[in-house]
Write a protein that binds this ligand. Structure first.
Ligand code: C2E
Ligand code: MG
Ligand code: MG
Length: 649
């Protein structure tokens, strides 16, 4: 008989390519991954034996009989095992996903495959005696025995095992794997039938190649679209399936579940336990909303796509689960999550073309900052808040690009003489649609989107330039304060850029004051703040503690920071004068400041009564609309030139 081995050669070539390109595929090999690697090597080895068999059979007469017998016996012994490795891989994969209670099925399957294979091997050895599989006749010709197709039947039985696993556990397997791998048994059965019909064409390797190709394809797609830890489809996969569903006109809900402060879990229990928590969380959430699809959207963000009618019940289940602790790997911890949901496609006429992902990201940030730990469904009010924020972000970028940000200057008045002691620089931004936007609104957004450094640098440049212009006109150069943001102390590059800029502008020497707030101590230690202040202090830059008396204020900061001025928040003055309930506090602070040789600046002086009170308690400096609103550059320069003085009586 003449065997045709060309399909086998092609299959061998394909498997070799897969073997080479999968060399650096694994980060960390699991048992299953190792099995795949063994499978690839084994398949290549089997191809070699197979081709060796073809060669020995073709030249049987020229080769000693015992060599022919050994090679062919080896061929029968090892060849079907390739298929079993592949089926083993599939079984291991499936039982990683199936509930732990099903592991008994995995064991029984492995035992069944192992025992049938062992019986088959006995058969292969007995063949040397009885020739049921093959034998060589008197002329040394290869003759097929009556059970020559036995390995094919064995493979068929084992394929049936693999198929039953896929059918039995289909609920736990992700649809992509199921889709890719289900082609394998179908095609294999066809190939094996073809093998029985055309025994002279060796096709079993081709069947293997198809199987390996399926698994490899799954690997590659998995690498691209699945999250390693949770095995959930990742953000990229979510994005592409979201757009594809929208294109098809599907209606559904997307629920974002964002774990709050998950860093604390990692910090307390370590990264490994943190990972275990994320894994447990994702698999439980997945089981609660089986009809939906869960994605890992980011580190501690998950997205659930469900039908609109099931949205509420899913959210309810998730919230209920979050109310009890998570017992994972010997630890017990409570998890909190902010949950938001959007029904898609968006029906609001104005927003129907809005990008759902951008909307979701804004919505998440909004919910995290204002409704942390709760569920927020999407509605028109939220849409307006998000739209406004988006407009502010756009305006911020445009203003920076077009240099349309303005700086205004508010006088800080000496309450003993009425003279202007210094000015505070304040940013102004206008938007065609929203008109003037308060810095109280756009500064936190600039901080959030990471452009606050650019804004501070812009203000400093404008302030230094106006001081230079005044100096060049031989006018007195006033001290001007620049507001500092929390993040600046941890931005080394910005700090050195600012210092270099100030040093480069001699007119500003000793005339720049930075206004810092106590929130810097949330991210930076006291010692670190002192160290970072020092080079500025050495170059005549002063620091003021702004908004003292709000949020968390600490007397030790007042006492221990190298300060000449402290700014009292306007609420302190307003409450004192209006209700009289903090009279004692402002007076006490005034006394402490005097002892420390620090001058208090009281913000928010709006009325004569407030001014009278401040004068009575001996406050040094005041800032407020009673004297002046923040001034545009021209008015500010005019005031400086005229040495403007306010009447205090
Ligand atoms: P802040 O640093 O405490 O600035 C003082 C705010 O109080 C200014 O509001 C000022 O216009 C306002 N103000 C002064 N006197 C009175 C008064 O008598 N009555 C009332 N009702 N308000 C008074 P503005 O300019 O809207 O700034 C708000 C906040 O925005 C500032 O508070 C500051 O935290 C931030 N900000 C403004 N400009 C900048 C800047 O250039 N950089 C940074 N990082 N933040 C800035
Ligand atoms: Mg300020
Ligand atoms: Mg203030």
């Amino acid at each position: 008989m003449v065997w045709h081995a060309s399909p086998e050669l092609i299959a061998a070539f394909v498997v070799l390519v897969i073997l080479l390109s999968s060399k650096n595929m694994y980060v960390e090999l699991s048992v299953r991954d190792k099995l795949f690697s063994v499978l690839l090597h084994y398949t290549i080895a089997s191809f070699i034996i197979n081709l060796g068999t073809v060669a020995t059979v073709a030249y049987a007469q020229q080769i000693p009989l015992w060599v022919n017998n050994v090679v062919n016996t080896l061929f029968f012994a090892v060849y079907p095992f390739m298929m079993d490795l592949l089926i083993g891989y599939i079984i291991l994969y499936v039982y990683e996903k199936a509930p732990p209670g099903h592991i008994g099925r995995q064991k029984s399957l492995f035992i069944f495959i192992g025992v049938t294979y062992a019986l088959y091997l006995i058969f292969v050895i007995l063949n040397l005696h009885n020739g049921w599989l093959f034998y060589f006749d008197d002329q040394f010709r290869y003759i097929q025995g009556i059970l020559n197709d036995l390995p094919v039947y064995l493979a068929l039985v084992h394929i049936i095992c693999g198929v039953s696993v896929l059918v039995l556990e289909r609920r736990y397997i992700d649809s992509f794997f199921l889709y890719v791998i289900s082609w394998f048994p179908i095609v294999s059965v066809f190939v094996l039938i073809a093998q029985i019909l055309f025994p002279e064409i060796i096709l079993s390797g081709t069947a293997m190649m198809i199987g390996i190709l399926s698994v490899y394809l799954n690997f590659q797609t998995r690498k691209i679209s699945l999250d390693n830890l949770t095995q959930l489809p990742n953000r990229e996969y979510f994005v592409s399936s979201l757009y594809s569903s929208l294109r098809k006109g599907k209606e559904f809900s997307m629920i974002l579940i964002s774990l709050d402060d998950f860093k604390a879990v990692n910090d307390t229990f370590g990264q490994k336990k943190g990972d275990a928590c994320i894994k447990a969380f994702s698999s439980e959430i997945k089981s609660y909303c089986e009809e939906g699809q869960l994605f890992r959207y980011g580190g501690d963000d998950f997205i659930l796509i469900v039908s609109q009618k099931n949205k509420i019940s899913c959210v309810k289940k998730i919230k209920e689960r979050l109310s009890s602790p998570w017992e994972v790997e010997g630890i017990s911890t409570k998890l909190s999550a902010t949950i938001v949901s959007i029904n898609l496609p968006i029906t609001n006429a104005q927003e129907k073309d809005a990008d759902p992902i951008t909307l979701l990201d804004h919505f998440k940030r909004y919910a995290k900052s204002t409704h942390k730990g709760t569920y927020v469904p999407f509605d028109d009010t939220i849409l307006n808040i998000i739209r406004r924020k988006q407009t502010i972000i756009n305006t911020l970028y445009e203003s920076l690009e077009n240099h349309t940000l303005r700086v205004v200057y508010q006088p800080i008045v000496d309450l003993r003489t009425g003279e202007i002691s210094l000015y505070e620089s304040l940013l102004r931004m206008n938007d065609a649609e929203l008109q003037a936007i308060s810095p109280a609104e756009f500064i936190p957004i600039a901080e959030e989107i990471g452009i606050i450094e650019k804004l501070t640098m812009t203000v400093l440049e404008v302030v230094c330039s106006v001081q230079k212009q005044l100096d060049e006109k031989n006018l007195p150069v006033p001290k001007i304060t620049v507001n500092f943001s929390v993040s600046h102390f941890s931005n080394k590059k910005l700090m050195s850029r600012m210092l270099a800029y100030i040093i480069d502008h001699p007119s500003s020497k000793g005339k720049i004051i930075f206004e810092i707030t106590e929130s810097i101590f949330i991210t930076t230690s006291f010692e670190e703040v002192l160290t970072k202040m020092q080079p500025f202090l050495d170059h005549g830059v002063e620091f003021i503690l702004d908004d003292f008396g709000t949020g968390y204020s600490n007397l030790s900061h007042m006492v221990n920071l190298p300060l000449k001025h402290i700014k009292m928040d306007k609420s302190l003055l307003w409450d004192t004068v209006k209700k009289g309930n903090q009279r004692f506090l402002l007076e006490l602070l005034q006394k402490v400041a005097e002892q420390m040789d620090i001058e208090l600046i009281v913000e928010g002086v709006e009325t004569r009564k407030q001014l009278g009170y401040l004068k009575a308690i001996g406050s040094a400096l005041g800032q407020g609309f009673f004297f002046s609103e923040p001034l545009e550059k021209e008015d500010f320069c005019k005031g400086v030139a005229e040495k403007k003085k306010y009447l205090l009586d």
